[in-house]
Design a protein around this ligand. Structure first.
Ligand code: DGL
Length: 272
């Protein structure tokens, strides 16, 4: 048993899709979340910059003595794959979204054609292709960067009725339809907020995999196996930190996390 908090971080609000699932699966856990809202998006930046920001995010997690760090950002998860950013830190248990989401997609596909939509940095890294081919070399992976999805989500444009949302969803997903994928990984944790429009464009027969939610499921499995779940009968606390305006962040939190999760929101400064 371990009553320390689970740490979760992302460049912005996207990682809240992981928090939502963590609270549903493990209501007694304390959660510390960091959204680096002052510097979102990460996905269009260079590898060096993403690694620098990631080290600062990890240092913040360390300050909070988290028992496990969850990288609820597809971009960071992909870029750190060959970079040991956790070495020398006090954090021994951590996971990104790529491996849990890739396993879920491989289990779901029937026609062995998996699509992956994500930020430019994630698609460019080829992270999902490498993991999926390691699981089953016969699976065809089709990747597509959707750079305008993150600003749409961060600004609250998620309704399928919104003409801009509809236009970009059709534009970005056209290649996935053409390739006949039966499973589509939402490889950026912001994208589940566009699930409705994505599902409408792709059709009911395509399974959508939320990378943030798969990460939460993976955390539950790991902590159950390691016996590190919290020993607490009351509900856990949810502390959310942002690096830009608390007011702006609070609007998004309410929109994305709903009103049922009682979260405390604070602004923080990352050590640079
Ligand atoms: N949530 C981040 C991800 O999953 C995307 C946003 C960004 O580009 O920073 O990749």
């Amino acid at each position: 048993m371990n009553n320390a908090a689970i740490g979760v971080f992302d460049s912005g609000v996207g990682g809240l899709t992981c928090v939502e699932e963590l609270v549903r699966l493990m209501p007694h856990e304390n959660i510390v979340y960091l959204g680096d809202t002052a510097r979102v998006p990460y996905g269009t930046r260079s590898r060096e910059t993403i690694l620098k920001y990631t080290r600062q995010d990890i240092a913040f997690m360390e300050q909070h003595n988290v028992k496990m760090a969850l990288i609820a950002c597809g971009t960071v998860s992909s870029v750190i794959m060959n970079n040991p950013v956790f070495d020398g830190t006090g954090i021994k248990e951590y996971s990104g979204v790529v491996i849990p989401a890739a396993h879920a997609a491989c289990a779901a596909t029937k026609n062995k054609r998996i699509g992956i939509i994500a930020t430019s940095a994630t698609v460019k890294s080829g992270s999902y292709g490498k993991v999926i081919r390691g699981i089953d070399p016969e699976i065809k992976v089709v990747g597509k960067a959707c750079p305008l999805f993150v600003p749409l989500v961060e600004n609250g444009y998620t309704s399928p009725e919104n003409p801009a949302v509809r236009f970009f969803a059709e534009e970005y997903l056209e290649c996935m339809k053409r390739e006949g994928v039966d499973t589509l990984i939402l490889g950026c944790t912001h994208y589940p907020h566009l699930k409705e429009v994505i599902s409408q464009v792709m059709g009911d027969n395509v399974t959508l995999i939320s990378s943030g939610a798969e990460l939460a499921k993976y955390a539950l499995k790991t902590m159950t196996f390691d016996s590190t779940l919290a020993d607490r009968s009351e509900s856990g606390t949810v502390e959310l930190y942002c690096t830009d305006s608390e007011e702006l962040f609070a609007e998004n939190v309410e929109r994305f996390l709903g009103k049922n999760i009682n979260a405390k929101i604070s602004k923080c400064n990352l050590k640079t």
